[in-house]
Ligand binder design. Sequence first.
Ligand code: HEM
Ligand code: HEM
Length: 465
Amino acid sequence: MQDYNLTPGGLNLLQRVRYSIFPGTLRKLKDRESYRNFFNSLILHFRPRSVQERTLRFSLTWGLGGMAVVLVFMMFTTGLMLKFVYQPVPDRAYESIIHLQNNVLFGQLIRNIHHWSGNALLIIVFLHFLRVFLTGAFHPPRQFNWIMGLAMFLAVLTSNITGYLLPWDQLAFWAITICSGMLEYIPGIGEWLQSLIRGGSDIGPATLSIFFAIHTAVIPAGLLILMPFHFWRVRKAGGLVVPRTPDEDPSSRGDSVPTIPNLILRELVVAVVLIALIMVTAVIFNAPLGAKANPGLSPNPTKAPWYFAGIQELLLHFHPLFALFIIPVLILIGLVSIPYIKYQTETAGVWFASHRGRRMAILAALTAVIITPVGIIVDEFVIDFASWRPGLSPVVGNGILPTVFVLAGIIVFYWLVKKKYAATNNESIQSVFVLLVIAFIILTITGIWFRGLGMALVWPWEVGS
Ligand code: HEM
Ligand code: HEM
């Protein structure tokens, strides 16, 4: 065995650089081991030394939090690359995207990766949010991490919406015109907020540079602060919730195992598979790009981006003040309150809280699957609260009346399931949560695939015809 026991003085340039990274005695045959030690200690600077074995089960996290991290990382790297070519002024923005796609090596691919990762991130974060709720991972000591998560959700949503305008094509211009137009209905500050965000009364050069600054500086900085805080809170809570069956004792935690290789290897596999899927998607499907923005020609129907399709659908059934302000604010208050409600049982780590909770959640999902489309069709073709009485103001007819009607329906559902199943608070609140989530998904699907010319209800194959 040859011993290279080299000292810094006797090294060539390359070896000196290596020595500056991996100080210590360089033993050729032990190189692999010393690299491993170096990386292991690097990893252990920001990961715990050991984790609960049960939290490694894929059926607890589905790898979703980790996938969100990988996707944010991909957004940052591809976003930075796009910045080298993209020009945030109306005269040049669209042309710079065309130039990127046609003349820059891998330009189209990088844009595609940014586009598909951004959309995937929204879906993954939404699924992560559902898993956290349905495994009761918002109970103490994880309450504040739920709130941080909500803030990160808003950041990812804002990233997507601000990025949407940047290509400056017809799709982008008119979708952002609609979305920023919605702000008008916020009482008191709506018009001020709208002109603040647009940088004037219309969408123009100021809007583009504001969106660009928010997209490439404000939100990335926010995420860079929030994400480490989020992970630190997971550490402070003693790791993830330990999964257990409803009948298991809450204090049973199982064994702990070293993070390396048990957790790190699993995370690596999830990351590699996810990156491969995004790459394949980005190679096969190009990010959409319509004709250059034409402020004088609005497409019909003018649709919001898919993640706002549910709210745009609400707008067809409720007065804008309710669809765009009162209902979203009520939902936000509900989401922020979730971890602070008094619950009767300790359910952290149990999927759906209990066997009964699971049955109630299935019932809630089925109810939403039936009631929501029926409600949409009845409101479209049968009931018109607004013409219920002559002279009724739209705020009452299209706002207060249908909102009270829906709220009453939710309260009746809550009491019925609570009584029928003799359920705890945890189980009943969970079933209302599931009811609302499924209803929102159905509204979104309707908005995306079942609305055509003039936003009339149509079959998916007739959309756009
Ligand atoms: C960019 C968005 C987000 C990222 C990058 C992220 C990342 C993560 C990661 C890596 C974990 C640990 C592993 C896992 O649970 O899969 C985690 C846990 C957690 N996240 Fe998130 N998250 C995000 C959004 C959210 C949202 C929207 C919520 C809820 C409103 C949330 C609430 C939580 C909670 C409560 C935990 C602890 C779970 C437990 O102890 O089992 N996060 N997050
Ligand atoms: C959570 C993080 C991010 C999300 C969700 C996101 C999302 C998006 C989306 C959906 C688009 C429109 C893509 C298209 O369809 O054309 C876009 C465009 C763009 N983004 Fe991001 N982005 C993020 C972070 C970043 C960062 C950190 C930068 C740079 C520092 C960046 C720079 C750009 C640029 C220059 C464009 C215009 C190019 C184009 O539209 O293809 N993004 N982003």
